[in-house]
Every structure is written in structure tokens, then in C-alpha cells.
Design a protein around this ligand. Structure first.
Ligand code: BG6
Length: 295
């Protein structure tokens, strides 16, 4: 049997563990959060904190949290996103990462495993937009994740979102991120000022940037592990790139002081002027897949 889907628990969290053709994927019911993704005989592709806490009601540090219907702090979003909500203290990264999600579809064949999950309709808070959100996860020769929005309301809904992917790297000080050259970005570390990237991105300090006008392909080149991870996206022209570096690491929950060396986030997104304006009745899909090759 090359494929299996089993139910496991991590701490307080129910999860699905999927095995398929030498790949292992773990998805938590909470948040529909991919926690782990690895291919046999390779270092993990997705990073999961060694201090991860698997608690109901708290996000897990690592994996691929789903940020929706807004990314980051609500007040840093375009006015069109903000004005839809009346929270006094809106949660960071939206409303779904600590909700229970339910499995609505499951297909298994020799070639692939496909799962589809939705936030449990019985648990959605009052401020939840009238949008059907579906996370589609496909494991064939690699992992693809699709976030699908279907607007069931009579109004255009404006959404910012991200598949907040934490990648495992040998050493963040030595990896380069290719595909950003000449792309504009907004730098959260520089008071949200706009800049333009020159050449590949290397990590030398705390990095928290929102890149815009992106092409569909980005590469993480990792000389320590002699590995290139290629991210192929569709339905997104923006990405958030984040590494907390030394000081912020000490303040982060579920994060070892030196964990900034082993990870970086590249978050396939719809942020800033790339936010999604979804008219009534329409459906939109944002996807990312991860392929590794030797360097
Ligand atoms: O600690 P959280 O809420 O999971 O957020 C982690 C990080 O998520 C990133 O997407 C943001 O750009 C960072 O500013 C933030 O610190």
C-alpha cells in the first residue's frame, strides 16, 4: 500500500496523516493547517517548530496557516478590507486559523490523494463573510494547496489572504530567494515604505516584506542542503517574505531562540493592491505547489 490517510492526534489537535509515494503530510483539523510536509530521505520541506504547542484555540507555529479574510493586522489592510468589519480587537491573520475545519471531500487513487476542507459552518463567528472558503490539498508527486473563495452574498466581498508557508532551510543566512528582482515591495521593517528589489533576496536581518506584481515562480536556493524549492503559484501576484531574525525570535511564541536560522516564510498571498475583489456569485482560486530539485 503506497497511500494511506489515517487519523492521528497531536496534543489536543485531531489531524490527518497522509502517506503517498514516499511523502508524508500532516494536516490539523484546526485551521485546516498543514503542519508537516516531507519527502522520504530529504530534509523536511515545510518547517514545524520543535516548540510547537498543539492547543485548541491557538495557532501552531509552523506549517501552512491559512490567513483569511484578512492578512496580518486588520488595520494594515486596505480600507476596502477594513471597512467590512467592526472588531475592537481583530485577531491577527483573520478568523480561520483557530477554527475547526471539516473534511468535505476525499479522493484516493494510485496517482494522487485529494482532500478538501472547509471551516466548520457551525463554528463560524458572526463577522464571518458570506463566502464559502475551501482548502484543496493535492498530493501527487508533490504538494499543491489551493484556497478557493466562492461569494454567496449579494455584495462584492474584499478579501486579503495568505497561505502562510514556513519553509525548512539549512541556514537562513546562506539561502537566496530568486524571482523577486525588480519587483516592488512594501517593507514593514521600514515603516511600510515602498522599495524595489535588486537581485536575489538574502537574509541579513529581520525581514518582513510584502512583494507585489510577482511572476508565478519563486525559488529558494539552499546551498547547505544542495536543494532548490520551486514555488509555482496561480491566482496571486503578491507574497509576504518573513524571517524574525534574532531579537524577534526571543519574543515569538512556540519558537526557539535560534529557530530563525532554520526557517523562512514565503506566503502566497493577496495583499495590498493585490487584494481580492470578489463579485457576488463568483469563485476565485489561489494555488501554490512546491517542487524540490538538487542544486
Ligand atoms: O505570530 P503570528 O501572528 O503567527 O505572525 C507571524 C508573522 O507573520 C508574518 O506573516 C508577518 O508578516 C509577521 O509580521 C508576523 O510576525
Amino acid at each position: 500500500m503506497t497511500s494511506s490517510i489515517t487519523q492521528i492526534t497531536r496534543g489536543e489537535l485531531a489531524c490527518w496523516q497522509v502517506r503517498h509515494r514516499g511523502q508524508t503530510l500532516v494536516i490539523a483539523e484546526q485551521g485546516g493547517q498543514v503542519l508537516e510536509y516531507r519527502q522520504d530521505n530529504e530534509p523536511p520541506i515545510i518547517w514545524l517548530s520543535e516548540q510547537a504547542a498543539y492547543q485548541k484555540g491557538a495557532g501552531v507555529r509552523g506549517g501552512v496557516p491559512v490567513c483569511w479574510p484578512w492578512f496580518g493586522g486588520l488595520t494594515f489592510n486596505p480600507e476596502a478590507v477594513q471597512q467590512q468589519y467592526a472588531f475592537s480587537e481583530p485577531p491577527a491573520h483573520g478568523l480561520v486559523r483557530t477554527l475547526p475545519w471539516v473534511l468535505i471531500e476525499q479522493h484516493q487513487s494510485n496517482d494522487r490523494i485529494e482532500l478538501a476542507l472547509q471551516p466548520d459552518p457551525a463554528q463560524q463567528p458572526g463577522e464571518f463573510p458570506d463566502v464559502q472558503l475551501t482548502l484543496r490539498i493535492t498530493l501527487d508527486t508533490t504538494l499543491s494547496i489551493t484556497l478557493q473563495n466562492h461569494n454567496r452574498s449579494d455584495n462584492t466581498v474584499v478579501i486579503s489572504q495568505a497561505l502562510h508557508s514556513y519553509f525548512a532551510v539549512s541556514d537562513s543566512r546562506h539561502v537566496t530567494l530568486q524571482g523577486l528582482d525588480q519587483k516592488p515591495y512594501v517593507d514593514a521593517m521600514d515603516n511600510w515604505h515602498s522599495h524595489r528589489q535588486s537581485g536575489p533576496l538574502t537574509f541579513r536581518e529581520e525581514t518582513d516584506r510584502l512583494y507585489l506584481q510577482l511572476d508565478p515562480i519563486l525559488h529558494i536556493e539552499d546551498p547547505g542542503w544542495q536543494r532548490r524549492i520551486t514555488l509555482s503559484t496561480s491566482g496571486s501576484r503578491s507574497a509576504v517574505v518573513w524571517n524574525p531574525w534574532i531579537e524577534k525570535s526571543q519574543r515569538l511564541s512556540q519558537f526557539a531562540d535560534d529557530a530563525w536560522q532554520c526557517m523562512l516564510c514565503i506566503e502566497t498571498a493577496r495583499v495590498l493592491d493585490d487584494v481580492l475583489f470578489l463579485p457576488p456569485g463568483e469563485t476565485h482560486e489561489m494555488s501554490v505547489s512546491f517542487v524540490t530539485n538538487p542544486l
